[in-house]
Design a protein around this ligand. Structure first.
Ligand code: NAP
Ligand code: 8YV
Length: 317
């Protein structure tokens, strides 16, 4: 049996590449001097795509008329037009669950770093200020007594809530639907959630429906003690409105792992004192990334062996 031809859009982890090379004929788009020419040449043969962070739309799909499956690295898939994939009868898979606990750990770490200014305190020590000027100034904010409002109480949101409860925080939430089997107070709008809490944890998916959902009105409702943490997607927060709210004291601080135009981080946010910025490291441990990569491989292998994927995105039915 000839090996199915697949396309790899960007370099993937060694454990992914080794397994894919063993099972498939892998065409590496990123190695082509002229990627468009390469797709014109091999596009007809491609039956699967292994990818991370490449925009998938009608035009992309049209280059591979015999494509059957896109196996995407990551749980979020806002870069993939699932309607276009459904219309083209292309299966889409992602990597849920295996990263949930890691991302929740990062979210809590980022929240504590932000509230207690731990990054700034470490910089104070490394810059020699502890010996020269004395201790780092007392933080005006504390984690204790905070009310955490979670936007997007899905797999990761629930794992964050569990951790927050163990810190003694009150948890509220908002999302497109009320969650079954959850006692945390539900708010019907993001503004209502912001009014009820002082710490807003954004862990909703990106995409048109959530674009700039955290806007000036929501930030104003959060108030002057308010702290925003974003571990979901950069597009969910209006970054200009966030910078304005931080500059004017409308809210107190922010901790961001994701940005609107990654890997660019806005100069305005970089200049602010009570802001913690991380380079999208929510799931970024070797163990978790390997588990995500294994799912990318398993979805492709399962599809070509049985016609069924392991972890399709919900839109695939
Ligand atoms: P999930 O289980 O699907 O949870 C998403 C939650 O958001 C669900 O409660 C969902 O509501 C809600 N939601 C979906 N669409 C919405 C909308 N349009 N408006 C309001 N709420 C909406 O996904 P997850 O595994 O927790 O992952 C969540 C997101 O985290 C991913 O999509 C990704 O963007 C982000 N993420 C970031 C990192 C990182 O490294 N920073 C790592 C992993 C994931 P329903 O219950 O009604 O579906
Ligand atoms: C990854 C993520 O960093 O899973 C997601 O949605 O945002 C992260 O786990 C990303 O997908 C890797 O490209």
């Amino acid at each position: 049996m000839p090996k199915p031809d697949i396309l790899m859009t960007k370099p993937m982890l060694p454990i992914v590449q080794e397994q894919l090379d063993a099972e498939f004929t892998v065409h590496r788009l990123y190695e082509a001097a002229d990627p468009e020419a390469m797709l014109r040449e091999v596009g007809d043969t491609i039956r699967g795509v292994a990818m991370s962070w490449v925009e998938v739309d009608e035009a992309f799909l049209a280059k591979m008329p015999n494509l059957e499956i896109i196996s995407s690295f990551g749980v979020g898939y806002d870069h993939i037009d699932t309607d276009a994939c459904l219309a083209a009868k292309v299966m889409v898979t992602h990597t849920p669950d295996v990263l949930t606990e890691e991302v929740a750990d990062t979210a809590i770490g980022l929240m504590i770093m932000t509230v207690r200014e731990l990054g700034q305190a470490e910089a104070w020590l490394r810059d020699g200020n502890w010996t020269g000027k004395g201790g780092y100034p007392l933080t005006q904010a504390t984690v204790q007594g905070r009310t955490l409002g979670i936007f997007g109480l899905g797999r990761i949101g629930k794992a964050i809530a569990k951790r927050a409860e163990s810190f003694g925080l009150k948890v509220h939430y908002h999302g497109r639907s009320r969650q079954d089997g959850v006692d945390y107070p539900y708010h019907g709008s993001l503004t209502a959630l912001a009014e009820a809490c002082d710490t807003l944890m954004v862990v909703a998916p990106g995409g048109a429906e959530t674009q700039h959902a955290v806007n000036a009105e929501v930030l104003s409702a959060l108030g002057p003690d308010g702290i925003v943490i974003n571990i979901g997607r950069g597009s969910v927060i209006d970054e200009a409105a966030l910078a304005e709210a931080l500059e004017t004291g409308t809210i107190y601080g922010a901790g961001l792992d994701v940005f609107e135009e990654e890997p660019c981080t806005p100069e305005r946010l970089m200049k602010l004192p009570r802001v913690t910025l991380l380079p999208h490291v929510g799931s970024a441990s070797q163990a978790t990334r390997n588990a995500m990569g294994q799912l990318v491989v398993d979805n492709l292998k399962s599809w070509f062996a049985t016609g069924k994927p392991v972890t399709p995105v919900p839109e695939m039915g």
